[in-house]
Every structure is written in structure tokens, then in C-alpha cells.
Design a protein around this ligand. Structure first.
Ligand code: ZN
Length: 326
């Protein structure tokens, strides 16, 4: 396995490689970042590289250690995955009995704990004890969506590696390459993913309602552009029913108006909602580019207004009235 199995995260790959090269490893790492961003995959390559017998720059893939790591059968790489919402007692017992033993065949033994924030208190305490007096030959890598969910005493003893949100271009590449989703769909999902492959996949399977909301928003813009002010007040009810999802609705508005502008300016390779191209063309025709661009600021300001706790309906009405004037 090589680091390029994960798209992006170059800063982290370089840092981890350098730590191996310079023999500058620590006993505890916390990989923090959203789901499906490549934490586990990078941890696996890191472990393989640490144990590789031939190279300190990239796993050689040929030595017995690399071969076992690739087969998932390396006796000194222990990967604990969450089970039934928390890491099981049995796993912790195994861990406790193995952690003070010598590695089987390598200089070090490595523990990778996925979703480490779901550890039971007992498991967490085992790791804490280990981190307080770490055996020379042990490295623990804890993966989590948020380090604040771990014990402070654990966090303070580990090196924190923050995974970056991906650029939507990178998410798009992953969807095409790893999930075999076609280009147009990948661009659409990536455009709404906020840099999170996991969210993109949820949008695809409908668990995330972004595309449903998008259809509602598109219909709304149609109505507002057609009927003007009259339509604005009709939508009060709609926005009240969507109060809990208002951030997502505003995100969709931003992406949609950006696309309207791109259609207007013939920048077609940037368009995210390509499947709605005809609607985009219809809505942007006769509109002024500068006014379309202004909607971007208007929606941004709407976000800020919510944070200032101004009356919800008033903010929405203001926004829609300005959209109506475009
Ligand atoms: Zn090797």
C-alpha cells in the first residue's frame, strides 16, 4: 500500500514520511478529521512504512513485512475497528495482554484504533496507562472525528494530526476513481459535499436530502422570477417547515446562483448542476451578471443575520425580496 491510495492530504503524507525517515516517531498519534477522508488508509500505510525492512521513504511492497501488511496479516499491526458502537471488552483484553509483550517479528508494534472516540472508558484507560508509560516498541494511532471526544489526558500525550477537508475537485476525483460514479454526477455530488466524501455518498443514496431540497429551491426560484413579490410571501410557510435545514438550503442557493452566473458567462466546466442545465439557462436569460453575483453576498449576509438572532421570517423575506429584484 502506498500513500497515493488516498487523494490529497499531501502535507500529512510528507510529514509522516519524514518522521519515519528521521526516526522521529512518537508513541501516540491522533488522526483527527471527518469520516471517509482517508485516516484509516493513511494510518495503514504509515504502519507499513514504519515496519518495512527495505525502505524509509515508501513501503517497498516486497519485503516479508510489506507482504504481510498488504495481506492484512501482519502480527505487529493491530487494527481495532468499532463494533456495536463501542470497542469490545474482548478486544481490550487482547490489547492489554499484547501491549507489554515484545513485537513478534519487527522492531515495533503498532495499534490503529478506528473511531477511537467510541472506546469504552475501560478501553480508554488502558490506552491512557500505556501512553503514560509507553513501552519503547509501541505506537498507538487513534482515529477520531473530533479529539474533544477523547480524554484530555490521552490527547495531551499524543501528537495531533489534523486532516484537511478536501477541495471539491479532490472529492470529485475520488468518486470517479474509487466509486466509479460518472463524471457529471461526481461533480454534482462533490459540489454539495463540503469536502467530505462521506456526505457526497449520502447525497447519492438519498440519506442526505440535499438533492430533494435542491429541487424545492429550483422551483422556488422559478416562481419568484416569474411571479415576483407575490411568490415571496407564499414561501414563508416553506421556510418555516425547513427551519432545521436552513443552512443546507442556503448552501444550495449559493451553489445555484453561482451556476446561474457561470451559465450567463459561458464558464461551462465550472457548473455543478449540469443535470439542470436547461433550467439554469432559462432562469439566467435576461438577467444581469452583476446582479446575479450580488445574490452571493446577500445569501452570505443571511447566514450572518441568523447568527445575530434576528427574526427568522424577516431575514428570509429580506433575502427573497432581494433575489426577486435580480
Ligand atoms: Zn517493505
Amino acid at each position: 500500500m502506498q500513500f497515493d491510495r488516498v487523494v490529497g492530504q499531501d502535507r500529512i503524507k510528507e510529514y509522516l514520511t519524514n518522521s519515519v525517515k528521521k526516526d522521529n516517531l512518537t508513541h501516540g498519534y491522533i488522526f483527527e478529521g471527518p469520516k471517509n477522508i482517508g485516516k484509516l488508509e493513511i494510518a495503514e500505510v504509515f504502519a507499513q512504512l514504519i515496519l518495512c525492512k527495505n525502505s524509509k521513504e515508501k513501503p517497498c511492497e516486497k519485503c516479508p513485512s510489506c507482504i504481510k501488511a498488504n495481506a492484512g496479516s501482519h502480527p505487529d499491526i493491530h487494527i481495532l475497528k468499532l463494533d456495536e458502537n463501542s470497542i469490545k471488552r474482548k478486544d481490550v483484553d487482547e490489547l492489554q495482554s499484547s501491549i507489554y509483550k515484545k513485537p513478534y517479528e519487527s522492531k515495533k508494534k503498532i495499534y490503529i484504533i478506528d473511531d477511537s472516540h467510541k472506546m469504552t472508558v475501560q478501553a480508554a484507560n488502558t490506552f491512557l496507562k500505556t501512553l503514560e508509560e509507553p513501552p519503547e516498541d509501541t505506537i498507538i494511532i487513534m482515529l477520531t472525528i473530533n479529539k474533544d471526544l477523547l480524554l484530555d489526558t490521552i490527547v495531551s500525550r499524543c501528537q495531533i494530526i489534523n486532516f484537511d477537508m478536501l477541495a471539491s475537485k479532490e472529492v470529485e476525483k475520488i468518486l470517479i476513481k474509487e466509486y466509479k460514479i460518472d463524471e457529471e454526477k461526481s461533480k454534482l455530488l462533490a459540489g454539495y459535499s463540503k469536502g467530505n466524501v462521506y456526505k457526497a455518498l449520502k447525497i447519492l443514496d438519498g440519506e442526505d436530502k440535499t438533492l430533494i431540497y435542491r429541487d424545492e429551491v429550483v422551483d422556488m426560484i422559478d416562481e419568484i422570477f416569474e411571479k415576483g413579490k407575490r411568490a415571496v410571501f407564499d414561501y414563508e410557510k416553506y421556510f418555516n417547515s425547513r427551519k432545521d435545514s436552513i443552512d443546507e438550503i442556503l448552501d444550495i442557493l449559493l451553489v445555484w446562483f453561482r451556476d446561474l452566473l457561470f451559465v450567463k458567462e459561458y464558464i461551462s466546466d465550472m457548473i455543478i448542476n449540469k443535470d439542470k442545465l436547461e433550467t439554469l439557462k432559462k432562469q439566467s436569460s435576461g438577467k444581469n451578471s452583476i446582479r446575479l453575483a450580488e445574490v452571493y453576498d446577500i445569501v452570505q449576509n443571511t447566514y450572518d443575520d441568523f447568527n445575530k438572532n434576528v427574526n427568522y421570517n424577516l431575514i428570509i423575506d429580506n433575502m427573497l425580496l432581494k433575489i426577486q429584484e435580480v
